[in-house]
Design a protein around this ligand. Structure first.
Ligand code: SF4
Length: 372
């Protein structure tokens, strides 16, 4: 189980450890060396509560360099900063150490995507790593669903359905199986939408029954779960959303990282609130401009550190087309804050009261490996 340092993976570790004490989970953390101190504190708290160390994974090439992982790679990339289009940071500091650690062994990787989120999260391309999503109604990954609902497996799945469903439920399950599915590789969004509907409608017939069918189906595949005789999570019908996550963190004593707590600010007589929406490196390029302002005002030393990595002459900036130097000019800060207040008011009027939702919702793209 990967612990990113964020709230969702922390809550997942606590939740599964409590609910499934017989499963011997292994926890790991891939440190970039550039997290906020609250992240390291959370990891420490988790270790005490879970009663197990959280393994710190890093690439062997870093040994004896004395560099923090990010700095080592930053130098080897000659100052070329990572970005959403060139995410060498995640690939080299998170995915590679994990896949190296796993070393080809069959592994179930637990991912903390919540039941109120509509995203898939990191799925390893390695066949020996199978992702499971315990907080969601559908614990299975898209790649498993694609195989399961592939028309070429239709008869096998229909047979397996007979073990779990009877009468009208069986008819419905088979009719969902027979509904159209697009397998066009060029239109993955369409395929994923269809898969999501098929899975959701099938789960409505019985979560545990559907899970058993998928589990039986996996027996004929190379997925790691094919090696198991039983699997406790098949019976899990919990769906956990944002409120549940905060509750788990508070009640367990692990605590909610302070950076999630909103802070009030005032600009031109208007009041607003800001916070940091996610874990990860303090300079992460996925953060929004208001979060950069938060960093500048709440953690000025870290902001200055982030500035040192930029080279505006080479266009190596964290934010496209704007250096941090430019971003902290008083007029620019005012503009960012006013824009944030406006967007927040708009979002509040029609959706969630949570600032986190407003911050995350305006930018769904992010690093699912770092922010969970
Ligand atoms: S938090 Fe952001 S900068 Fe850090 S490794 Fe993840 S994507 Fe890269």
């Amino acid at each position: 189980m990967g612990i990113s340092g964020g709230k969702d993976s922390a809550a997942l570790a606590l939740y599964l450890n409590k609910k499934y004490p017989s499963i011997d989970f292994q926890y790991y953390f891939c440190d970039t060396g550039k997290e906020l101190k609250e992240t390291y504190q959370l990891i420490h708290n988790l270790e005490s509560i879970l009663g197990k160390p959280i393994l710190k994974l890093e690439n062997p090439e870093l040994e004896n360099t004395g560099d923090k992982p990010f700095d080592f790679y930053y130098k080897s990339f000659r100052g070329y900063l990572p970005s959403p289009q060139a995410r060498w940071c995640t690939a080299l500091m998170k995915l590679k150490p994990f896949e190296k650690f796993v070393n080809g062994e069959p592994v179930i990787s637990y991912v903390g995507i919540r039941g109120d989120e509509d995203r898939e999260g990191y799925i390893s391309r390695e066949a020996n790593i199978q992702s499971i999503f315990p907080f969601r109604k559908n614990i299975w990954s898209n790649d498993v669903m694609l195989k399961f609902f592939n028309p070429e497996n239709r008869d096998r799945v229909a047979d397996l359905y007979q073990r779990q469903f009877k009468g009208a439920s069986l008819d419905t399950a088979v009719s969902i199986l027979d509904e159209y599915i697009s397998l066009d590789h060029n239109n993955r969004a369409e395929t994923e939408k269809i898969l999501k509907n098929k899975a959701s409608n099938s789960l409505n017939l019985g979560i545990s029954a559907f899970n058993h069918v998928v589990f039986d189906f996996l027996k004929s595949t190379q997925y790691p779960l094919a090696l198991e005789d039983t699997y406790e999570l098949l019976e899990n019908e919990d769906i956990l959303v944002r409120e549940d996550i905060f509750k788990i963190l508070r009640e367990s004593g692990a605590g909610v990282p302070e950076y999630y707590e909103k802070i009030e600010f005032e600009v031109d007589g208007q009041k607003g609130e800001y916070a940091r929406s996610r874990s990860g490196c303090y300079f992460c390029f996925f953060q929004q401009k208001i979060e950069w302002v938060w960093l500048y005002e709440q953690h000025p030393t870290l902001f200055k550190e982030a500035m040192k990595y930029e080279n505006a002459d080479e266009l190596f900036t964290w934010v496209p087309n704007e250096s941090l130097e430019e971003l902290i000019q008083p007029e620019r800060i005012k503009e960012i804050k006013l824009g944030h207040i406006q967007r927040s008011n708009k979002a509040k009027s029609k959706s969630s009261p949570y600032l986190l939702d407003i911050l995350e919702g305006t930018e769904r793209e992010g690093c699912n490996t770092c922010f969970l």
